[in-house]
Ligand binder design. Structure first.
Ligand SMILES: [Cu+2]
Length: 213
């Protein structure tokens, strides 16, 4: 299973169960100082003390998720909004316990480790609503995040007819969406996951809504 550590967080602590032999883990980071604790932890021998042989690689944000997908790294440190984009693009991740300002424990398992890795994270409450403009010929924003059981509203603002037609997501039986040139469409999402949609008139108009706890 592939996963990544979302890191809008500063001062995240990583705790791993002691392992018999050193387990190799490669972590992809940028040069952003917010990720420095990972480098410091390595230099201080904290990973080694916990049975991890950690390699830290500097990988540009644009290709860090591809490095996970290819298995070149087992973890990637990034910001939450980047994670949302990665998630919308099909990179498997572990993301839960979003929804409060309190410190939360996150437990994740991934290839190569003998047991789950736990770390703490400051999570912020996801948006309780989202608004998308339907223009000629684009959705703005094309990627939205909303909390479960909350609504997204699409508002038509262009001259041409467009549809909001869902092609994928946890809920089946979604209406195809009729062409509109004005007005709004609202949908309340009752399952978590990424819902992708497009305009049936202009196939290249695509968007997605990621629904989180
Ligand atoms: Cu369209």
């Amino acid at each position: 299973m592939k996963s990544l550590w979302t890191a809008a967080l500063l001062g995240a602590t990583i705790i791993a169960a002691p392992a018999m032999a050193q387990t190799k883990v490669a972590i992809g980071i940028s040069g952003w100082t917010g990720f420095a604790p990972l480098t410091l932890a390595k230099e201080a021998g904290i990973f080694a003390k916990n049975g991890l042989d950690v390699t830290i690689k500097k990988i540009p944000q644009a290709s860090r998720h591809l490095a996970i997908a290819s298995g070149d790294v087992q973890c990637a440190a990034t910001t939450v909004e980047t994670w949302v984009v990665w998630n919308a693009n099909g990179v498997a991740t572990t993301a839960d316990s979003i929804g409060g300002f309190t410190i939360q424990m996150v437990s994740a398992t991934f290839t190569g480790l003998s047991g789950p890795v736990s770390f703490t994270e400051h999570a912020t409450t996801p948006p309780a609503l989202a608004a998308v403009t339907v223009g000629d010929n684009f959705f703005d924003k094309a990627t939205e995040v909303v909390q479960i059981n909350h609504a997204v509203t699409w508002t038509w603002s262009g001259m041409n007819p467009h549809t909001v037609s869902f092609t994928g997501g946890p809920e089946s039986g979604t209406p195809a969406g009729m062409p509109q040139t004005s007005g709004t469409y609202q949908r309340t999402f009752t399952s978590t996951g990424t819902f992708s949609y497009f305009c049936r008139v202009h196939g290249s108009m695509t968007g997605s809504v990621t629904v989180v706890h």
